[in-house]
Design a binder for this molecule. Structure first.
Ligand code: CTP
Ligand code: MG
Length: 249
């Protein structure tokens, strides 16, 4: 692989963020997709976009939304002054097809791609920065956290197996890839009609090692209504004053 490393805080190739935001939020059960719901008064998607807008090494952001939300999303992006968003593309029925559409909209090569869920607005900027520090030398990496619960394999309402917890991690985003790898992974998945729930699973199928970067449980994916209460408590905690239990810190 050609050298693209020129220093710990600088990359010699451009970096694009791909943000899938085309989901319907079925588990949230709200009339509006969760990425557009307010979190501490600001739409979830805007929280997420600000993290990428504020990282100097991110050159541009490509969003995938449902076709009906594209105009609305452009208005939202402009209203909040997120000038790094260069394209909004129509996503697909699965997260994978939404990411594929965003990837196809980026024509610059070589490139480093950072894929991040719109529904993870609490990513800490330091985690993103550290992954970008490594991106020059690590072609594929994901943020993940060790699982806290004991995980059961369940079939027909009965426990079928209990895998050893030590080896189990929950994958998050960001997931960061050299674009040639991501292109190859998406092409192979399309050819083989494979659908995965994250980008790394497509890259793994190429036999390419994927590095794990220790994330934080704070980087939660807003999925069900109670996640909003947890996220608002964490934002209040970060803003200072109160911890997640409401006590002064
Ligand atoms: N996503 C997407 N296109 C889809 C499905 C999901 O861009 N067809 C995005 C979501 O908008 C979200 C991220 O992928 O930012 C993670 O997906 P998830 O949390 O599953 O969101 P939803 O699919 O919207 O929620 P649900 O599965 O509960 O319907
Ligand atoms: Mg989903």
């Amino acid at each position: 692989m050609s050298p693209i490393y020129i220093g710990p805080r600088k990359l010699a190739v451009g970096v694009t963020a791909l943000i899938p935001a085309a989901g319907s939020g079925s588990r949230m059960g709200a009339a509006t997709p969760k990425q557009f719901l307010p979190l501490a008064g600001v739409p979830v998607l805007v929280h997420t976009l600000r993290i990428f807008a504020q990282e100097p090494r991110i050159d541009d952001i490509i969003l995938a939304t449902s076709p009906e939300q594209m105009d609305f999303t452009w208005d939202l992006v402009r209203a909040h002054g997120i000038t790094k968003v260069t394209r909004i593309v129509a996503g697909g029925a699965e997260r994978q097809s939404s990411v594929a559409a965003a990837l196809a909209a980026c024509t610059a090569r070589p490139r480093i791609m950072v894929v991040h869920d719109a529904a993870r607005p609490l990513l800490h900027p330091d985690g993103l920065a550290e992954m970008l520090d490594r991106a020059a030398t690590v072609p594929a990496q994901i943020m993940a956290v060790p699982v806290k619960d004991t995980i059961k394999i369940v079939r027909d309402g009965m426990v079928a197996d209990t895998p050893a917890r030590e080896a189990l991690w929950a994958a998050q985003t960001p997931q960061v890839f050299h674009v040639n790898l991501l292109d190859a992974a998406y092409a192979a998945a399309a050819a083989e009609e494979f659908t995965g729930t994250d980008c790394a699973s497509l890259v793994e199928r190429l036999g390419v090692p994927v590095a794990v970067f220790m994330g934080s449980p704070e980087n939660l994916k807003l999925t069900t209504p109670e996640d909003f209460a947890v996220a608002e408590a964490m934002l209040a905690h970060r803003a200072g004053g109160l911890n997640a239990l409401g006590a002064e810190t």
